[in-house]
Design a protein around this ligand. Structure first.
Ligand code: FAQ
Length: 311
């Protein structure tokens, strides 16, 4: 009966065993995973836009091919994650409809514009850096298909992070104008990167249950702290200043203290009122509509083949 199934599920999660698609799971568990995995997939796909804008104007063939490969990897990540979501009984086409209908979220970070080429480096360093910090623990998430998708995604994202950092090291060794471009990009992306980890724990409605189910392995604030601790020495090595006057090493805690992100701005961006929300969704919708003929042709081809097979 239901009670025995629920007890079995809880025991398996507690014993660090993976839950697989055919296993019984509480409806709430399924719902929260669909929510998180779909949001994660949408983020990868929408996340192609800020950097994608720079492919055509990257300053050299080498930078162009590196960026092209990175943006292509993000499409791949979106696809593994939609596939992981589909194991929970939802349909990718439907998830896409929910995204372009504004009914499902994607990461707040992708609603900010990449206004200069240094932004490509800073996105790799800070945005991929934050993504890795959040996602490495998700390789141990209790849901098998999600955890396994995370392994490859994290490997590729740590490569992206180094790519960004290497680009910034090069620019910082360049002209004063190049160094100023890097500092300006850091000033604009630092706070939004901290917001990627979600609201403070006290205002995070999902954390407690997700931790209990081991969908999430750390709280939002724990991961935000880990990111700050990891990033400050990298900023020093790079020679940039992080735009937070409250940032300082706390000997007693063994961590950096840092200031409070502007949570009112975060809520505004989540509600659809960030600098690029409308543009991001408009372009995603246009791409979806422009691709309709490809989907129709693929479906017609598949139907023809399966008719051929049954003849
Ligand atoms: N943006 O109760 P919580 C990438 C929502 S990395 C938008 O704390 P939860 C790689 C949250 O969904 C970015 N919404 O929620 C890349 C919930 O709303 P709901 C993607 C946010 O789930 C790099 C509400 O606020 N990574 O794409 C955000 O326990 C470079 C309450 O929040 C992932 O998705 C936010 N920042 O914790 C690509 C990682 N924060 O659904 C291209 C997986 C919170 O109840 C270039 N996800 N919300 O209406 C997670 O780890 C979690 O879902 C959190 C949020 C930590 C994001």
């Amino acid at each position: 009966d239901e009670r025995a199934l629920a007890a079995h599920f809880t025991a398996r999660v507690a014993a660090e065993q993976r839950i697989e698609p055919r296993d019984w799971m509480p409806e709430g568990y399924r719902r929260t995973l669909v929510r998180q995995v779909a949001q994660h997939a949408h983020s990868e796909i929408i996340g192609m836009q800020p950097e994608g804008d720079w492919i055509a104007s990257a300053p050299s063939l080498r930078r162009k091919s590196i960026l092209l490969a990175k943006v292509q990897d993000e499409a791949g990540h979106g696809l593994y994650l939609y596939a992981a979501a589909e194991t929970l009984g939802v349909d990718r086409a439907d998830l896409t409809e929910r995204l372009i209908g504004g009914r499902q979220k994607y990461s707040s970070i992708f609603n900010y514009p990449a206004t200069g080429f240094a932004d490509v480096g800073v996105i790799g360093w800070l945005v991929d850096g934050a993504a890795i910090c959040n996602q490495v623990p998700l390789c141990r998430s209790s849901y098998g298909p999600y955890a396994r998708a995370m392994v490859r995604i994290c490997k590729e994202e740590s490569f992206h992070q180094r790519q960004g950092y290497e680009l910034l090291l090069r620019m910082m060794a360049g002209t004063p104008e190049q160094r100023a471009m890097v500092q300006d990009a850091v000033d604009r992306w630092w706070w939004p990167s901290l917001m990627m980890f979600g609201p403070p724990d006290a205002e995070s409605p999902n954390t407690r249950q997700s931790m209990e189910w081991r969908v999430k392995r750390h709280t939002n604030d724990e991961l935000r702290q880990r990111f700050v601790d990891m990033t400050v020495p990298q900023a020093e090595r790079l020679g940039v200043t992080l735009p937070d006057p409250a940032l300082r090493w706390n000997e007693e805690r063994g961590h950096y203290d840092f200031g409070e992100p502007d949570w009112a701005e975060f809520r505004r961006v989540l509600s659809g009122d960030g600098p690029c929300n409308a543009e991001r969704i408009r372009r995603r919708r246009a791409a979806h509509e422009d691709g309709a003929w490809v989907r129709e042709a693929a479906a017609a081809y598949a139907a023809k083949r399966s008719a051929g097979e049954t003849r």
